[in-house]
Design a protein around this ligand. Structure first.
Ligand code: PAF
Length: 282
């Protein structure tokens, strides 16, 4: 694996590969790599000749500076994992490299409804920051494919919208959510959970399964109430949302309709760690 810290060096290398007609798959990350990231690398390898992974903890997508400062960093382990999983290129830029003119976003992205709900509601500005950094990375790397995980379902929709707005000639590959044996979704934030908290946090998965089993049988109000009881009785401290939505638009739904693809999304706090997860229902 070749590690690049500077855009100019990375671009020189990529130009050579593109001249040889190699296809480029890109996996953007903030590090603290886990099985979910590695499966995205694998998917990119299956589809492309060359895989580029970026590690950059993007300050502009954190609406809370404490969350940014506490974001886990395991760079030596990350490099080892990328090497052993045969990633071709790691891009590890500094903040100055990504934002040479400062972090301020000059022109906000017109994301519409999608950034007003769920994560957008609870983390104001978060998706503008995500778009800012992914837009910048796409302009640097110009990959053929970008690979992102379904765990951040809303993020994928937002990035897809940004790709359309900015006419990036890139296709999205969506990786399924990887889970621990307990059902807990793989996440960089899991590093900050104790073993006991990790066990309790699997209640998100249990509540998603409960909803899936009962979605056609019970009213959405009752289902959400019972799912929130599952979470709170398992030691979650606070629930930001349990929402049943149209998977195409993320519009919240109030009753079951078999012709609509439905997704349930949850965000809740185990101690001070905010976890998110989702599941398609049909
Ligand atoms: O999902 C993430 O890790 C980040 O939001 C991303 C896409 C790498 C942008 O910083």
């Amino acid at each position: 694996m070749i590690l690049f810290k500077h855009i100019s060096d990375l671009q020189k290398h990529l130009q050579k590969l593109k001249a040889e007609n190699k296809t480029i798959g890109f996996v953007p990350t903030m590090g603290a790599l886990h099985q979910g990231h590695l499966s995205l690398i694998k998917q990119a390898q299956q589809k492309c000749d060359i895989v580029v992974c970026s590690i950059f903890v993007n300050p502009t997508q954190f609406n809370n500076s404490e969350d940014f400062n506490k974001y886990p960093s395991t760079i030596d382990k990350d490099i080892y994992l990328l090497e052993t999983n045969r990633c071709d290129i790691l891009f590890l830029p500094s903040e100055k490299e990504i934002y040479p003119d400062g972090e301020e976003l000059k022109q906000p992205y017109d994301l519409g409804f999608i950034e007003t709900i769920l994560e957008g509601e609870f983390r104001p500005g978060h998706f503008q920051g995500v778009c800012q950094v992914v837009d910048r990375l796409l302009n640097i790397i110009h990959p053929d494919f970008i690979c992102m995980g379904q765990k951040d379902f809303q993020q994928i929709m937002v990035v897809q919208k940004m790709i359309e707005l900015k006419h990036h000639p890139v296709k999205m590959i969506i990786g399924e959510t990887l889970r621990e044996a307990s059902g807990l979704a793989s996440s960089s934030r899991n590093i900050r959970l104790s073993d006991n908290e990790k066990e309790k946090a699997a209640a998100i998965y249990k509540s998603l399964l409960y909803i899936k089993e009962n979605i056609t049988k019970t009213s959405f109000g009752e289902i959400k109430q019972h799912a929130s009881e599952i979470l709170m009785n398992s030691g979650f401290r606070k629930i930001d949302y349990i929402e049943i939505c149209d998977a195409k638009t993320l519009t919240p739904l109030i009753k079951y309709n078999s012709s609509t693809q439905i997704i349930v999304l949850i965000a809740a706090y185990m101690g001070d760690i905010r976890l998110i997860d989702n599941m398609l229902m049909n």
